[in-house]
Write a protein that binds this ligand. Sequence first.
Ligand code: IPT
Length: 954
Amino acid sequence: MSVSGGTYYEDVSPGTGALPPRAWSPGSDAARLDLGGIWRFRLSPDAAGTGDAFTADPDAFDDAGWNRIRVPGHWVLQGHGEYGSPAYTNVRYPFPVDPPRVPTENPTGDHRHVFDLPDNWPDEGEAVLRFEGVESCARVWLNGQELGVFQGSRLPHEFAVGALLRPRGNVLAVRVHQWSAGSYLEDQDMWWLPGIFREVTLLHRPEGAARDVSVRAGYEHATGTGVLRVDSEPGGRISVPELGIEAATGETVRVPVEPWTAETPRLYDAVLDTGGERVALRIGFRTVAIEDGVLKVNGRRILFRGVNRHEFHPETGRTVDADTMRRDLLLMKQHNINAVRTSHYPPHPAFLDLCDELGLWVIDECDLETHGFEEIGWRRNPVDDDRWTPALLDRAQRMVERDKNHASVVMWSLGNECGKGRGLTAMAAWIRERDPSRPLHYEGDWSCADVDVYSRMYPEHAEVEAIGQRKEAPLEDPALDARRRAMPFIMCEYAHAMGNGPGGLLEYQRLFETYERCQGGFVWEWIDHGLADERYGFAYGGDFGEEVHDGNFVCDGLVFPDRTPSPGLVEFKKVIEPVRIAPEGEGVRITNLHDFAGLGQLAFDVDGEALKVPELAPGESALVPLTAGAEVRTVRARLAADAAWAAAGHVVAWGQVPSSAQDAGRREDAPLVPPATADGRLTLGPGVFDAASGALLAVGGVPVTAPPRLDVWRAPTDNDEGPVWMPATTAAGQWLQLGLDRVQHRLDGVETGESGLTVRTRVAPAAVDAGLLVAYRWTATAGELRLTVSVEPDGEWPCSLPRLGIRLGVPAAFGDVRWYGGGPGEAYPDTRAAAMTGRWSKTVDELQTPYVRPQENGARIDVHWAELRDADRGGLRIEGSPPYYFTARRWTTEQLAAATHLPDLIPGDTVWLHLDHAQHGIGSRSCGPGVLPQYELTPEPAEFSFSFRSLPGS
Ligand code: IPT
């Protein structure tokens, strides 16, 4: 290796030796050999690797002393730390920016695998060695012969190897460098994970096999005609038995078909026969077009209810097995998600087969991001430097050629966050020429010069509305402005799902439904990339000692790392329901919000009893009367029969109709009892107080381990804190500056009278004159203790409050909770669409939401009453007027705020109850807009009441 650079891994060109890209063809009947398994491995600290191990006689070389590694896999996730560690950065490169040079410390993994050909491997024909994905640069030898070098981690590379193969003892050697020129093009917000992380296969290529296959299957919606043309090299015959198609390649065939859509993913089995090879294909007929400023499929506007999906598994990183891919898609479909942006690289090719089969719209994004150049003013950005253009084109070609035959892929994306540049324009030009059937997407250049849709990330609702009205601020160039104003609008990223949240989803959805130009978006993102870790449960940036990292910004998904849905996903499912069920009078208005499907696949019921709903075409609605019921009635739309993605009975959408008779005459008015004082204790009905301080000590037999006190603090959420690059302006920044995490309670008076006890306090942080005057008024009947809290802001308040309520402690034994109100999951003012009114029960432990970085969580909304019980079934009942937010946990807010990982949360001997009159909204400020004004908790006079009763045990 030369020390002055200029090595192959620092070469900006696309590499050497690989065959031209082609479509992925899992349906071929040609022989194939999966080379995955346990390989020999040796890690070197620099790019020299293991010296001449791969160039010397491969048969003489003894690798017995080498380690073992699983292929596919990332070496940093194997070897228990012996093979280095994962590292996380969002935007910043974890090495000095001096393209295309990379650090001398360039971890290099030498992989060696000896394999035999199966006995039935054909003697005739060619063979190719195929790599689906290697990060970031590989140099390959087979039986001592060098095949070539490649970069482009999430893209396939093939080499012709027929002449080199022998029946037994083939020696495959792959040297993988963690860093290469390609690393500059792969600055996606994710873990840096080197290795051969996708399959390596040997594919037989018989005489006369198809070099490539290209399927074009359009749909003419006006006539219901499918238009099919299959090309291959060499040509052959294509048959689609179900459609009676028998045609030659290159021939265009027109037949009536059922179209493919994400809602109705109709695929037809086909076979291409080239003489040398038979290739099974699954064909979906559909046409994507932009007409009148609207993106349409098969002539109809579509709405993306999408997510950004990184490939991730908490144990294996970006090595994602087939079951996990399917699991992702089933979870998405079950949560009403209809679209995926493959952020920010082409996914494993099998994922797109599953999208075709299950029905998802896909924006397929190229493996390209140079975001770290923004940190240095975009100087030397590779996408604006002609020397890099061949590598960019190579990446575009490898994506388009591999994925071109998928019905699910409706748009190509040039990449993510690369700024602007001639290289992007060149990519766009090549893709347009090669595949005019799909629009182009790229967000990073707001002039949209190279693309067909106007795409943005994280705009505020107000801006989306202006764009929806085609009234956005103009571009300087009038021609570009007119062009962009005529484009459909999508948000390739919005609603940053980091920690608790995102808030404000519903308000976005209403904009998508109001303005035809606003065609939805893709929540950032699908999954938290927390790595399974013995120390932390799930690890995030910094947990591996990285010198530059971005902490838990890598945990911002709708599902936790183990793919348990987070409350954010449950909320998203409700907000994007394809059927709206809304109360209207004594009935429900049912609206079909599908883009293509009717309601035929759904069965409706009211609390389990079948409900007749007329067939509604997309966009239509009907008023369906309900017979009167006692409490709230719940109408559900369920799958009438098993679907490919969920069983019959699965709830797709729901709505509730509150009974107008509810709550009337609930409380019979028992006479109030006066207080009695003895031995420094004051007794008021079931309440026992400290007479001097007015602190509540017990309710009936239930000891109150920490007396009720006004509480305005919450453990800041990621959205409260906002992104690291703008802390002071965020809600949590303001709260901390004011000192809301350290308020003092000054006792101003304890007054006892005939009707009860009044305690007055002033609650305020040190050093400021803003405070809250609080009066706690206690009264009681023989069996019930009542509290009314009045709060009056005092002085100048510069910011919102995190919460407003009281907190108190009860013994740890009170571990079971039942409540009537919103549930079963957590909800906050702007994340409450999925809260269903009803009777719910959970343990205190189950009430916790396990955000990877602990933070405020677990509030239940609109709680009319909650009961806590111990094993003896004795307990405490707390009613609220008005209904309140109920939270119970085994640690304090201070402990929750101090925790950095879940194992830091250690249950104490108290269950802490938070009875909140109000909460500040959640918003999406961790990367995007904050809380909408209507969900801010502004300090203003407030009054709220609770009543407490002890519940007898068994
Ligand atoms: C945006 C990126 O495109 C995405 O990869 C991810 O980093 C996301 O933000 C935040 O999690 S870029 C952002 C700086 C607007």
